[in-house]
Design a protein around this ligand. Structure first.
Ligand code: URA
Length: 209
C-alpha cells in the first residue's frame, strides 16, 4: 500500500483510543478528532516547499526559512469531515476551505453527491480532502473526482481510520493521491462500517444519536 502513510506517534495512538471508546462523550470526541487532524497535518505538510528569507532577530540578522509557493485548500466531506477543519487551520490558518456533500445511501451503500462549493482558485492550490473514515472509499473517490474536474493536480486524502477496502478503492481510482491516516483497521461489516472502527463518526461528532 505504497501511497498510504500510516502515521505512528504515541499521541496519535492515545487519542485514537479515546475515539474508539464508546463511552467517550461528544465534547471529548470532537476535541480528539480535531487534535488528530492537527497531528496528521504535521505529516501531510512535510513536503511543503520552503524559501530562505532574511530576518532580524533581537541579536543579529540571519537567514531563515518560510513556506513558499504552494497554497493549501482543505475540503472536508460533509458532514464528519468538518470535525477535522479547525485542528488543521490552527497550523495553516491561511488555507481556504471548500465543502463537498456526499452521503452514503443506506440501501445501496453507494455515494450520492448533493453539495459542492469550492474556492474559485482551487486549481492553483494543493488540496487536502478530509473525512475521518475511509470505509468503502466510494465517498472519497466521488469527492476527489469532483475536485479533479476543477483542474486540481495535487490532492491528498486525510482520514483518521481507513479500511483496507477503502484504501484499495482509492488506489485503483487515484493511485497518485497520497493517503494519510492514523490507523488501518481490519475490515468492513455488512453495512460498510469499519471494524473495529469507532462507530458513526458524524453521529458521534455532532451528538445526533
Ligand atoms: N462512516 C462512519 O462514520 N463510520 C464507519 O465505520 C464507516 C463509515
Amino acid at each position: 500500500m505504497s501511497n498510504l502513510h500510516l502515521v505512528e506517534h504515541p499521541l496519535i495512538a492515545h487519542k485514537l483510543t479515546l475515539l474508539r471508546d464508546k463511552t467517550t462523550g461528544v465534547k471529548e470526541f470532537r476535541e480528539a478528532i480535531s487534535e488528530l487532524a492537527m497531528l496528521l497535518c504535521y505529516e501531510a505538510t512535510r513536503d511543503l516547499p520552503l524559501k530562505e528569507v532574511e530576518v532580524q532577530t533581537p541579536m543579529a540578522v540571519t537567514r531563515s526559512r518560510v513556506i513558499s509557493g504552494k497554497k493549501l485548500a482543505l475540503v472536508p466531506i460533509l458532514r464528519a469531515g468538518i470535525g477535522m477543519v479547525d485542528g488543521i487551520l490552527s497550523l495553516v490558518p491561511a488555507a481556504k476551505v471548500g465543502h463537498i456533500g456526499v452521503y452514503r445511501d443506506h440501501e445501496t451503500v453507494l455515494p450520492v453527491e448533493y453539495y459542492c462549493k469550492l474556492p474559485e482558485d482551487i486549481a492553483d492550490r494543493e488540496v487536502i480532502v478530509l473525512d475521518p473514515m475511509l470505509a468503502t472509499g466510494g465517498t472519497a473517490v466521488a469527492a476527489i473526482r469532483m475536485i479533479r474536474e476543477r483542474g486540481v493536480r495535487h490532492i491528498k486524502l486525510m482520514n483518521i481510520i481507513a479500511a483496507p477496502e477503502g484504501v484499495r478503492a482509492m488506489q485503483e481510482a487515484f493511485p497518485d493521491v497520497e493517503i494519510y491516516c492514523a490507523a488501518l483497521d481490519e475490515r468492513l461489516d455488512e453495512n460498510a462500517y469499519i471494524i473495529p472502527g469507532l462507530g458513526d463518526a458524524g453521529d458521534r461528532l455532532f451528538g445526533t444519536k
